[in-house]
Design a protein around this ligand. Structure first.
Ligand code: TMP
Length: 241
């Protein structure tokens, strides 16, 4: 499948039309931003890793019964996906307190939850992706009651599958992550990406200490160093090397 005109350029990806109106090509860049674009940088090789990692995980999830936008990987940085209408919600699942949760509620990072939590942000850069609840999402007409129920169910299932997959195969604890969903032919499907940009991966067993080892974009956000190495390491483990 060939790229036609560029439809959109985001912070980490470009989207191109194809000859098939149902499909687009996503092209992953090495650009990295944090704090709603305030911090900018490049992570060499990130585009390749995020593309391939996201594709492997989406295929794993498809096998577990989760519908995704994945169609076909074209090359290192380019993938054909279903042309979805993105539901403008960032869906965040957390297993352990970290990041904005710890800051907002005054809970130390590394505090394990009794059960996973879910939260929504309104995907709107001008507003800084504000935290919202289900009722706000309905009031803003971002999704229907049924869609929100489906999204929640899918997000928790993705969490269970990913949590055990990462622990078993990569020796990594899945602390939290962000998902996005889209509408395709009347159905909700998992869209966007699942990568070190959108997940927190901590070296197994390090989550209950103050010295956890991050193998994700927090190394960039927090200037921890070893950013490229962390992306390479998690990808190496995913490939089973
Ligand atoms: P947070 O603790 O900063 O709210 O982040 C929760 C998770 O969501 C974390 O795994 C990183 C991911 N995330 C994104 O993918 N995009 C974003 O814009 C933000 C703020 C977080």
């Amino acid at each position: 499948m060939e790229k036609k005109e560029q439809l959109y350029e985001g912070k980490a990806k470009k989207v191109f039309a194809t000859e098939n109106p149902d499909y687009v090509i996503v092209s992953y860049k090495d650009d990295a931003t944090a704090f709603n674009g305030l911090k900018k940088g490049t992570i060499a090789g990130k585009g390749v890793i995020n593309n391939k990692m996201s594709n492997l995980l989406m295929q794993m999830l498809e096998k577990k019964g989760i519908k995704t936008h994945f169609v076909e990987e074209i090359d290192d940085r380019n993938t054909v996906v279903k042309k979805v209408e993105i539901v403008p919600l960032e869906v965040i699942i957390r297993n352990v307190a970290a990041g904005s949760f710890s800051k907002r509620y005054g809970v130390p990072e590394g505090t394990l939850f009794m059960s996973p939590t879910i939260e929504f942000s309104y995907k709107n850069d001008d507003l800084g992706d504000p935290l919202i609840n289900d009722y706000h999402a309905l009031a803003l007409k971002l999704a229907t009651v049924e869609e929100i129920e489906t999204i929640k169910k899918m997000a928790f299932t993705v969490n269970e599958e990913m949590k055990s997959f990462f622990k078993e195969h990569l020796n990594v604890d899945l602390i939290d992550f962000k998902l996005e969903f889209g509408r395709f032919k009347g159905e909700i499907v998992l869209a966007d990406e699942i990568s070190p940009d959108t997940c927190r991966f901590w070296e197994a067993g390090s989550w209950d200490t103050t010295k956890h080892v991050s193998l994700d974009k927090d190394r960039f956000r927090r200037d921890l160093g070893g950013v490229e190495d962390a992306y390479q390491e998690i990808f190496k483990r995913l490939k089973g090397e």
